[in-house]
Design a protein around this ligand. Structure first.
Ligand code: KMH
Ligand code: ZN
Length: 302
């Protein structure tokens, strides 16, 4: 038996309110769904904020302040605040929440890239909010900026406050960037690599790619220095994270990564996805790690 850390990415900045009634938008919805996800077995909650009235992604720390204390009070889960924000935000805007709250964990995107949200504009054409379609269509020109200087700045600023990172790697080159920052002493073991598959602009969700990413990470980092986890976008989510767990990886689910629970069926909540991966993991002889166990594996400040 091995313990698998389940991360749940509760709302993100990619999906828009029109796409699913289950997507949490207001601070109360984000808090409620986060708490339910933790109760269902998520050890880590990866969190973004949205403008309560419209659902537009925001970096405003006052919005984070409306749900983080509730989650802290009602769960023991590790709080992981995004520094990715949305690909449309400036780096300064993306960091505001993380800098104010200095959480145990933050995401850290390990390279600049294209980030294609626009295919969703074709699949979900009935927009309720004026910002939704332009936001998705504009992604044809988004550059998701994460320069070496940005990454070093985030590692130093938040790292000095004791935050550790979910190192988001969307392609094999991003693993080499992790290795570069290890060499510079800005990343220190134990560290946490989140491998991301199926984002347009990053590596595709194909089993060969999972093996390649896994083997490359092992070759670069050795097997004891780090923990690795997988997320896959859209319909690839459950099958792909299941394959990662078979290889000894940890898993991330949540409505940020996919709105679905099965083919053509929208998930009712984040907790429904967490409960599903818990059932799958148990069938394979694994157990979900508790927040305490996740903290020990990842060397978090607690
Ligand atoms: N939306 C995911 C593919 C972040 O918040 O830093 C990656 C993500 C980015 O979670
Ligand atoms: Zn995110």
């Amino acid at each position: 038996m091995s313990q698998v850390i389940i991360s749940c990415a509760v709302t993100g900045a990619i999906h828009t309110p029109t796409m699913s009634p289950a997507l949490p938008i207001t601070p109360q919805e984000i808090a409620e769904q986060s708490i339910a996800a933790a109760e269902a077995g998520a050890a880590i909650l990866h969190l973004h904020a949205r403008v309560p009235e419209t659902g537009e992604p925001t970096g405003d720390p006052d919005v984070f302040a409306a749900f983080l204390p509730v989650i802290k009070q009602r769960t023991d889960a590790v709080v992981n605040i995004t520094t990715g924000g949305s690909p449309a935000m400036s780096v300064e805007e993306r960091l505001r929440g993380a800098v104010r709250f200095a959480p145990e964990m933050c995401s850290l995107n390990m390279g600049s890239m294209n980030f294609g949200l626009f295919p969703a504009a074709k699949r979900f054409p009935n927009w309720k909010h004026a910002w939704e379609a332009p936001y998705l269509l504009a992604s044809e020109d988004f550059i998701f900026r994460n320069t070496f200087r940005d990454i070093a700045y985030i590692l130093k600023t938040l790292g000095d406050a004791g935050t550790k990172f979910e190192h988001e790697c969307y392609d094999v080159g991003h693993l080499y960037s992790v290795s570069h920052f290890l060499d510079r002493g800005l990343i220190r073991p134990p560290f946490f690599v989140q491998m991301i598959f199926g984002v347009l602009g990053g590596i595709g969700a194909d089993l060969d790619n999972l093996m390649f990413m896994h083997q490359t990470a092992h070759r670069l980092f050795g097997k004891d220095a780090y923990q690795w986890s997988v997320l896959a976008a859209g319909r690839h989510q459950m099958p792909f994270v299941t394959q990662a767990a078979l290889l000894g990886g940890h898993v991330r689910v949540g409505l940020e990564d996919s709105l679905f629970i099965g083919k053509g069926q929208l998930a009712a909540s984040n907790a429904e996805q967490v409960a599903k991966i818990v059932r799958i993991l148990r069938e394979m002889g694994h157990e979900p790690a508790s927040p305490l166990e996740a903290r020990a594996m990842l060397g978090l400040k607690g």
